[in-house]
Design a protein. Structure first.
Length: 256
């Protein structure tokens, strides 16, 4: 009887050890198969570059971000935040890169590194359709001009226009509401988001003419040359293959 009990105990221990070994192996395999994550910062109020589709952040920039993640063999995590906050986040390493219709200027070049440009942008003027306080793109002096805070239009208007007031918004949606209610005279913004804005706000209209032209690039932390080189490789490939034009067509047609 004693030998029988010892034998039973040994069998239980063997089985227990075998189960633990199998669980350990499965755990290790699971950990080994999990991809690393790369984080992109953006501001999803700038259609068609980045905007909300239900609970998902989508757009031209997000398609490019996914291509970058795929090239690196990583999962993409999207952090939606205010535009200025995204630029601060990439500087302190909270996000790996920013894709948010970011323009390059000398001040930003001192704080961040930038990819090659991937799109040309055209800046236009949006006014109240029924009560336009601005008659043309050359009629901004002495007006209350709205811009997105930290956007290239913010700096351009400050440097080139003798505005009565520059009103800075974190979200274009609030600027649109204020323009409809005649609290501001116009909005200076990129043409594609402007087209989206007037499509959803028929009280507004885009003036004829171009205020100025710009280019967008992706921002990374200063000195992160390895990631920057990888991003440039992806962007150049997308440009060569006409993919960015495809992304643009997809998201402009979806929003119209």
């Amino acid at each position: 009887m004693v030998f029988g009990r010892v034998e039973d105990e040994m069998k239980k221990r063997v089985i227990s050890m075998a189960v633990m070994s199998i669980m350990s192996i499965l755990l290790l395999v699971g950990c080994g198969s999990k991809k690393e994550t790369i984080i992109v910062g953006t501001e999803a109020g700038f259609a068609p570059y980045e905007y909300m589709d239900g609970n998902d952040v989508v757009g031209i920039d997000m398609d490019i971000a996914r291509e970058i993640a795929d090239y690196l063999g990583k999962d993409l995590e999207i952090k939606n935040m205010e535009f200025q906050s995204a630029l601060v986040a990439v500087q302190n390493g909270t996000v790996d890169f920013v894709a948010a219709g970011v323009s390059v200027d000398e001040e930003r070049l001192e704080k961040m590194d930038f990819s090659i440009d991937y799109v040309n942008s055209t800046e236009v003027v949006v006014v109240n359709k029924a009560n336009p306080m601005v008659s043309s793109v050359d009629d901004l002096d002495g007006k209350i001009v709205a811009v997105q805070q930290g956007n290239i239009a913010d700096f351009w208007v400050e440097e080139n226009i003798d505005a009565k007031e520059i009103k800075r918004y974190t979200k274009f949606a609030q600027a649109a509401e204020d323009l409809k209610n005649n609290k501001i005279d116009c909005i200076v913004m990129d043409q594609f988001p402007a087209e989206d804005m007037v499509a959803t706000n028929p009280e507004l209209i885009i003036l004829d003419g171009v205020l100025f032209e710009d280019k967008y690039a992706i921002a990374v932390k200063k000195g992160n040359k390895e990631l920057l080189d990888d991003i440039n490789t992806v962007i150049q490939k997308l440009k060569d293959e006409g993919k960015i034009e495809e992304f643009t067509a997809k998201h402009t047609s979806k929003k119209n």
